[in-house]
Design a protein around this ligand. Structure first.
Ligand SMILES: [Fe+2]
Length: 231
């Protein structure tokens, strides 16, 4: 079984969101079931005892395996220190036995379904953050990661079951702006995902970052606190 949810933001809400009361379905799960967090996992943050405690809590006390893509609120210096390995067809950082970071531009096969993953997003509050402490320029993808993403999608004939990203395409961004009556900043990730939206064949696209839960056109779903079972 696979459940997908939005931003956790580390110690701020890991307990609240993944405790048995809030997520009772976990009682039926085992380590061969998955909870995927669509970015802003946030427990690779300062390497503190608190982070370590919650990473261990996920590994040792939770029934499921935790997978996450990166958002914009991750410590990329620390994240990139973890060893890279190939897991289910794509590159990951293995955090511990059952907490795994799904890297950008990869296609994974999980429970017989293909997942294209692409984390990262721009922080809109970076002027209030300190580089290397609470903000990292690696929140934005590199040219190589953009290219690797397209290359890997093409290897799968541009057909996957699910797309998992932290931010979204230009069309999704426009929909959110209209629905929430807000104006968001543009960056190069939105047209990149628009290109994928146009040419890739997918069943459902999940993303986070905007702290709302609703469905969008083009089989897309914005996730925050909802714990959704993949459909
Ligand atoms: Fe975010």
């Amino acid at each position: 079984m696979i459940y997908i949810t939005g931003d956790i933001h580390g110690t701020i809400s890991v307990n609240k969101r993944l405790n048995t009361k809030n997520f009772p379905q976990q009682k039926q799960l085992t380590k061969s079931d998955y909870v995927i967090i669509a970015g802003d996992f946030g427990l690779i943050w300062d390497g503190s005892k608190e982070d370590q405690y919650w990473l261990k809590w996920l590994d040792k006390t939770k029934s499921f395996t935790t997978l996450f893509i990166d958002g914009n609120h991750e410590n990329f210096d620390l994240l990139e220190e973890y060893p890279v390995e190939i897991w289910n067809g794509g590159k990951v950082h293995r955090i511990n036995d059952s907490v795994i970071h799904l890297m950008r531009g990869q296609v994974f096969e999980i429970e017989g379904k293909k997942f294209f993953t692409f984390g990262g997003a721009a922080s809109h509050d970076k002027e209030y953050r300190k580089e290397g402490k609470s903000w990292w320029s690696r929140e934005m993808p590199s040219q190589e990661e953009y290219e690797e993403g397209l290359k890997n999608l093409e290897k799968h004939d541009l057909k996957v079951d699910y797309i998992l990203t932290h931010t979204c395409s230009t069309t999704a961004l426009e929909y959110i702006e209209q629905r929430c009556a807000i104006r968001m900043e543009r960056d190069e990730m939105h047209p990149y995902f628009y290109g994928i939206e146009q040419k890739a064949d997918y069943k459902q696209w999940y993303f986070g970052h905007f702290h709302h839960d609703f469905d969008l056109p083009n089989n897309q779903r914005l996730l925050y606190t909802d714990m959704t079972k993949r459909n």
